[in-house]
Ligand binder design. Structure first.
Ligand SMILES: Nc1ncnc2c1ncn2[C@@H]1O[C@H](COP(=O)(O)OP(=O)(O)OP(=O)(O)O)[C@@H](O)[C@H]1O
Length: 320
């Protein structure tokens, strides 16, 4: 569905030097990037600010042309066949809306139907389906400017999927949403992928999105692919500490962590211990239970956020 082969995107940057002089330099936003995404995959595309995620997405959707290398989406060169490609993909940018600000949602959707030449019957049933899944029915008559961020995002998702695209490209679709809206959007995306086989490429800083949705994760750093593999493989690549949360019977005596184990913090009878990746958690549990009067104990796997932060700090290394 998506294929990048040795793709580089460089931007010329001019800095003013004096009255008439300016210096030219080049920023390489994406460097020698190669990857493939197959039909039906749900892929997370992660990276720190300025890593090159948006630039990649703009090349995939034909907004930008690659400086070198080859980009193919649904078999098409996006920069040359942008209109044709638009009928086969859907794009949602969390920070912008494709809907008409002053029009009721319903009218925006009707305009989009014309743009994508979706036939009337198909449009009606598709709109019914999407508005039901996204719980948008009560807002169809509301002008976009009066919608909440979560309602507007659900509107944008509907707009992007009205023409039943094979590929959905999402740039930060849950940014700024509350917990309930996030859950609705995530459930919806999982369903579209599972039931309709829509391929999804998701860019996000929200690692909850990744944990909930993405079987495969690509991490980009300084324009290069730093990791490409499953979430479990990502965890194994940059192992982080697990956390043992221990509730003691009383807050009185100062708890003593087992040797080599760091006490992260303590609040009353509860303490948090960091267990390094190479230490056996069972032996730590046994040692804590032997030394203290323990009421409850829980082990937390490392947060994907810690794992990704470690990966960035380690610098780019091509593996998977
Ligand atoms: N039009 C442009 N002209 C010059 N430099 C650019 C241009 N667009 C992007 N860049 C630079 O390319 C690099 C990658 O930017 P890009 O927007 O792709 O990053 P990103 O991973 O999407 O970041 P963010 O998470 O902040 O959105 C950055 O150094 C950015 O400053």
């Amino acid at each position: 569905m998506i294929r990048l082969d040795g793709v580089t995107k460089a931007f010329p940057v001019y800095t003013k030097k004096g009255f008439l002089r300016r210096d030219r330099s080049v920023v390489t936003a994406v460097a020698e990037m190669s990857f493939e995404v197959g039909a039906g995959e749900f892929v997370g595309y992660l990276g720190p600010n300025g890593a090159g995620k948006s630039t990649t997405i703009k090349m995939l959707t034909g907004i930008l042309t690659a400086s070198s290398g080859e980009v193919r989406v649904a078999g098409l060169d996006p920069a040359r066949r942008r209109t044709e490609l638009a009928r086969r993909i859907g794009v949602v940018f969390g920070q912008r809306t494709t809907l008409w600000w002053d029009l009721p949602l319903r009218d925006s959707f009707a305009l989009i139907r014309h743009l994508y030449k979706v036939d009337e019957g198909r449009f009606r049933s598709r709109l019914g389906e999407l508005t039901e899944l996204l719980e948008l029915g009560p807002f169809l008559a509301t002008p976009v400017r009066q919608l909440s961020l979560g309602q507007r995002m659900r509107g944008d998702l509907t707009a992007a999927l009205l023409h039943s695209p094979e590929l959905l490209v999402l740039d930060e679709p849950t940014i700024g949403l509350d917990v309930v809206s996030k859950a609705t959007v995530r459930d919806f995306l999982a369903r579209i992928n599972a039931e309709e086989g829509t391929t999804v490429l998701l860019t996000t800083h929200d690692l909850g999105d990744i944990e909930r949705l993405c079987r495969r994760v690509m991490v980009i750093d300084h324009g290069r692919l730093a990791f490409d593999g499953t979430l479990d493989a990502l965890r194994a690549t940059a192992p982080a500490d697990r956390t043992l949360v221990v509730d003691l019977a009383s807050a009185a005596p100062a708890p003593v962590p087992p040797p080599g184990i760091r006490l992260i913090k303590r609040e009353g009878p509860r303490m948090w211990l960091a267990i390094p990746p190479d230490v056996n958690a069972a032996s730590v549990v046994a040692s804590v239970a032997g030394a203290h009067d323990v009421v409850d104990i829980a082990l937390r796997e490392p947060d994907i956020e810690d794992v990704v932060t470690r990966l960035y700090s380690r610098g780019p290394a091509l593996d998977g």
